[in-house]
Design a protein around this ligand. Structure first.
Ligand code: SF4
Ligand code: SF4
Length: 277
């Protein structure tokens, strides 16, 4: 039975693809983005034990040198995540596909589909394929939320069982992308082109961050790329918010004037479905 590391499951979301969706956040990421809003999804727990002594509700213990989370005692205060020096969480669960499907079955009457996100969900592609396959058999839609770093044209079964994908293109400039995420953007752009070609690209997203990124350059080039592939693909331009990010990272938010300017730029470049968030 295939198992996967699950950071959390959100039963209902209206911002992770079309309609009301259940979102499954998988643990582990191959990027290390400066502005990551869920840095606790990046690494796997190394059982250092630091968080165990901080939990105010005795929901964490050490058994056989491993940290064990007692879900029933947990009040989700997230203090354990705040004190973790390893960008991880003691609340990650190793789940079977059937355990995830049992959750989906319970909420099925209220959702149009599921979105698998992260962390970076494609790192656990066999787990994702099985969940997608079983979810589609239930008549629900399957969406992937990915940083686009794993070449999707080599994951035929994943693409076959996925209805559509949402891909972040965090910077159009290779070096800037490297500085922001720790990886270059070549495969990300190739994935965007590939998904557009097979009509499975639902959305491209760029976060606007004032301190680190050349936002005008990025939106200009990314919107031109989208318009050249299919102007109806949604381009979501996201305002950076310094909430939940690591300490010492940019504390300024872009102003509304800049966001509007970028919206107009993307529209002028031919994108017909631009949204600001
Ligand atoms: S979120 Fe973490 S610190 Fe808070 S109660 Fe749960 S296990 Fe304890
Ligand atoms: S979640 Fe973080 S602090 Fe807690 S045991 Fe694991 S690595 Fe250590």
């Amino acid at each position: 039975m295939i198992k996967g590391y699950v950071n959390k499951i959100l039963p209902f979301s209206s911002v992770d693809g079309p309609g009301n969706r259940t979102v499954i956040f998988l643990q582990g990421c191959n990027f290390d983005c400066l502005y990551c809003h869920n840095p606790e999804t990046i690494n796997y727990c190394i059982n250092c034990g630091i968080c165990v002594y901080e939990c105010p509700y005795d929901a964490l213990t050490i058994v056989d040198n491993k940290v064990v989370w007692n879900e029933k005692c947990c009040k989700n205060c997230d203090l354990c995540i705040k004190v973790c020096p390893n960008l991880s969480s003691p609340k990650v669960k190793l789940m079977t596909v059937d355990e995830v499907m049992d959750f989906i079955k319970k909420v099925k009457p209220f959702i149009s589909g599921i979105t698998i996100s992260g962390g970076e969900c494609t790192l656990q592609y066999n787990f994702v394929i099985e969940i997608f396959r079983k979810t589609k058999a239930m008549g629900l839609t399957t969406f992937l939320d990915s940083n686009g770093y794993i070449p999707l044209n080599k994951l035929g079964l994943l693409v076959e069982n996925m209805d559509m994908a949402m891909i972040d293109l965090k910077s159009f400039d290779r070096d800037e992308h490297l500085k922001l995420t720790g990886k270059d953007n070549q495969t990300v752009i190739e994935n965007i082109k590939y998904l557009a070609e097979i009509n499975k690209l639902y959305e491209v997203r760029t976060v606007i961050m004032p301190c680190v990124l050349d936002n005008y350059y990025n939106v200009d080039n990314i919107s031109k790329l989208i318009a050249s592939l299919n102007p109806n693909i949604r381009y979501k331009i996201i305002k950076y918010r310094p909430i939940g990010v690591r300490k010492g990272v940019c504390s300024f938010m872009p102003d509304d004037k800049l966001m509007k300017k970028l919206f107009n730029l993307a529209s002028r470049n031919g994108c017909k479905n631009v949204i600001l968030v």
